[in-house]
Ligand binder design. Structure first.
Ligand SMILES: NC(=O)C1=CN([C@@H]2O[C@H](COP(=O)(O)OP(=O)(O)OC[C@H]3O[C@@H](n4cnc5c(N)ncnc54)[C@H](O)[C@@H]3O)[C@@H](O)[C@H]2O)C=CC1
Ligand SMILES: O=C(CO)COP(=O)(O)O
Length: 329
């Protein structure tokens, strides 16, 4: 792949900017699509995304634009790094091309209960879709710190082809042909991270976080397998790896959100104070409903949703969780 290959990244928040930096280090000509002209101008002139990744310079081969249609002209691939809530309004603009679209967002649709691969397949041909997911805080990726992540597509050759756009030794990509497992892992770990944050906010110690990670992983695997994904995928980077990162890492917005709610903040106020997307809120509702349709019990995930929707108080929910009938592990 030549120096001139153009890759477009849609979304100039934390994750889109970090991925644009990886692609720029990989020698691509990178077009980063900002929300509007004002943001594009600011990033181009200051050579920094001061709101999301302060102090990290944008290199010369990274150009910020505001029009996604113009940004896609002649591009070899699009990396979609906007929150899941934008998919239905933004993705139709990518419907006509034949370039691969790499989805970097993590979540379930709260109305249709779709995974990211399903949301994308409603708008673009299935063979164009790849998913990038795994333990990867944007701030660390942007600084070039070692990161291992998964790229999934309908077959391994397509996943490897999508991974080949990234050619940066600090960003190591493993391939997978389990779109369902990778999408579910990335979505559900955010809900468990909220639970871990709630434990932290309630003043509990490491034991409760370890319990949330382990029992949370079990719930994630149960729902994933019921949806057709593979158990082994949940034991890899895009499942356990991302779960450990977000349940223990102080950079996690989902974990911080859970802690603020446990300390008494209203959910909307906690999201506002974080100032970035907290995907686990919508996904908690979707996962609870999906589990209901499938007749699966997911105590932690369902508790997070019920606390956030106000149907149970957090201290009562902890009591109920801990008083459930004991059973084999
Ligand atoms: N930040 C991280 O460390 C990672 C984030 N992700 C995922 O990436 C996705 C995006 O998250 P972040 O970049 O972190 O969120 P963010 O909150 O940092 O940035 C979101 C960006 O999307 C823009 N935006 C929102 N609606 C838009 C619209 N309709 N049109 C154009 N721009 C719009 C916002 O202006 C903002 O710049 C999420 O699904 C998240 O779970 C995945 C891996 C790591
Ligand atoms: O997905 C992430 C890291 O892999 C980011 O997690 P948060 O959205 O909780 O910050």
């Amino acid at each position: 792949m030549g120096e001139q290959q153009v890759v477009t990244v849609w979304g100039a928040g934390s994750w889109g900017t970090a991925l644009a930096l990886v692609l720029a280090r990989s020698g691509r000509q990178v077009r980063l699509v900002a929300r509007n002209d004002v943001q594009a101008e600011l990033l181009n002139s200051s050579r920094e995304n001061a709101r999301y990744l302060p102090g990290i310079p944008l290199p010369a081969n990274l150009h910020v634009m505001a029009d996604p249609v113009v940004a896609m002209q002649g591009a070899a691939a699009c990396v979609y790094a906007l929150p899941c809530a934008t998919v239905d309004s933004c993705l139709p603009l990518l419907a006509d091309g034949d370039y691969p679209v790499i989805a970097a967002c993590k979540g379930l649709h709260p109305q249709t209960l779709e995974r990211t691969d399903q949301m994308f397949a409603r708008h673009i041909a299935a063979q164009r879709i790849a998913l990038l997911s795994g333990p990867s805080f944007a701030a660390e990726v942007a600084r070039g710190q070692p990161t291992a992540i998964t790229m999934a597509a309908s077959d391994l050759a397509k996943a490897e082809a999508a991974a080949a756009f990234f050619d940066d030794t600090s960003f190591r990509i493993y391939s997978s042909d389990d779109l369902i497992g990778v999408a579910m892992g990335g979505a559900l770990k955010n809900v468990i991270a909220i639970a871990a944050g709630m434990a932290d906010g309630l003043g509990f110690g490491h034991n409760s976080v370890a319990a949330a990670v382990t029992r949370g992983l079990s719930e994630m695997a149960r729902l994933t397998v019921a949806c057709g994904g593979r158990y082994e995928t949940l034991m890899g980077l895009s499942g356990l790896g991302d779960l450990v990162l977000t349940c223990t890492g102080t950079l996690s917005r989902n974990r911080r959100f859970g802690a603020e709610v446990a300390r008494g903040a209203a959910a909307a106020a906690a999201v506002a104070s974080i100032g970035q997307v907290v995907e686990g809120v919508r996904t908690a509702e979707a996962a609870d409903r999906l589990a209901g349709h499938l007749g699966i019990e997911l105590p932690l995930i369902q508790t997070v949703h019920r606390v956030l929707s106000g149907s149970v108080r957090l201290p009562d929910a902890v009591h109920v969780l801990m008083s459930r009938p004991e059973r084999a592990e």
